[in-house]
Structure formats: structure tokens, C-alpha cells
Design a protein around this ligand. Structure first.
Ligand SMILES: [Fe+2]
Length: 203
């Protein structure tokens, strides 16, 4: 049976499509350099494990597990991030369907959700993510704040939408002003796509 490896997903829009909120240069580097690196690193770890499986040699499994968690986390979070975004004006301005209902029930409305999600993004210590996630057991939306790509992750909870607040996500456009980037993010959220994805996740 043939081994499979991760690959960089193509963006569902052009590099220039999110300007002026995210510039072409910023998006190109973020996707083609930073995301690509996590894909390559995750694959390199899998190849090391494959080599060990073939040769029977010992690996430092503790450090490989740690590196895999970091790099694969980076790949999965970025893949959802690109789908969380859409060119401004091309999609609805707010969530719809089940997502709209759940946001209103669990956060008290869209504005309150946006405030809390922005706050989660702003207050990540160092590099990390704000994630909207969902608990199947309670049928409840929650916010998850991830440090790096893998710290504070709630196991088994899905990524409904996410926001990358690593400095590499915004340094070209906003220098160190994370707050400006977080504010700009709301202008390019793919509410149609996220709403559809949430319905799929729930079912
Ligand atoms: Fe990133």
C-alpha cells in the first residue's frame, strides 16, 4: 500500500483577493513559505518514522511526537484559516443557519461573539490562534485559544473557524499592530463558508 503525505492546499482565491485587509505580498509569503514549511516538516517527520519502520532503527520518539504535534497543528490550523477567509464583498456579512442560531444562543449575539473572539486573539501570549470550536456532547460553541500550534488544544474539538495571530500573519501589513490585523480580519471572514462548514461539522 502506498504511503501518503501532506500537501499544501491551494488557496480558494487569488493572493491579491483579500487586499487591502491582507496584502498580496503578505498572503503569498504566509501561504507559500510559512504554511509550506509546516507541511514539509510534518512530512519529514513521517519519513523518519517510515525509515525507522523499514530499518528497525531507534528514533527519539518523544521529540518526534512533539515536533509532529507542532508542525501538523500548523498545517491543520492554516488549512482552516484559508477557508475562514474570503474576498470582501463576495460573501454574506454575517453567519447564517445553524451557526447564526448557535452564536446567538451561546454568545448572546454576533457582536458579543466577535468581541470575545477578538479578545482571545489579542491576548494570546506570543504566537498562536483564536479558534471557534464546538462541543458535540453539549451542542455548544466555545472559543479555544491556542498557543503556538498545539498548546491548550482541547482534544477532539473541531476547528469551525480560526484566526492566525502569529506575527508572520501580519508583520508586512501591520508591523507589530496585532489589534489592527484582528480588526481587519472581520472584513474578510467567509461567513457563508463557515456557516456551511459548521452545519457539516455538526452533522
Ligand atoms: Fe501562520
Amino acid at each position: 500500500m502506498e504511503k501518503r503525505f501532506y500537501s499544501l492546499p491551494p488557496l480558494p482565491y487569488e493572493y491579491k483577493a483579500l487586499a487591502p485587509y491582507i496584502s498580496e505580498e503578505q498572503l503569498r509569503i504566509h501561504h507559500s513559505k510559512h504554511h509550506q514549511a509546516y507541511v514539509d516538516n510534518a512530512n519529514a517527520i513521517l519519513r523518519k518514522l517510515d525509515d525507522a519502520a523499514t530499518s528497525g532503527s531507534e528514533v527519539d520518539i518523544k521529540s518526534l511526537c512533539k515536533e509532529l504535534s507542532f508542525n501538523l497543528g500548523g498545517h491543520l490550523l492554516h488549512s482552516r484559516f484559508w477557508e475562514t477567509l474570503a474576498p470582501p464583498g463576495e460573501v454574506g456579512k454575517e453567519p447564517s443557519g445553524h451557526l447564526a442560531d448557535a452564536i446567538s444562543r451561546d454568545f448572546g449575539g454576533l457582536e458579543k461573539f466577535k468581541r470575545q473572539f477578538s479578545q482571545a486573539a489579542m491576548s494570546v501570549e506570543g504566537s498562536g490562534w483564536a479558534v471557534l470550536t464546538y462541543c458535540f456532547e453539549l451542542d455548544r460553541l466555545m472559543i479555544m485559544q491556542i498557543e503556538k500550534h498545539n498548546v491548550n488544544v482541547i482534544a477532539g474539538f473541531p476547528l469551525v473557524m480560526d484566526l492566525d495571530v502569529w506575527e508572520h500573519a501580519y508583520y508586512i501589513d501591520y508591523r507589530n499592530a496585532r489589534a489592527k490585523f484582528v480588526e481587519a480580519f472581520w472584513s474578510v471572514v467567509n461567513w457563508d463558508g463557515v456557516s456551511d462548514w459548521f452545519s457539516e461539522v455538526r452533522s
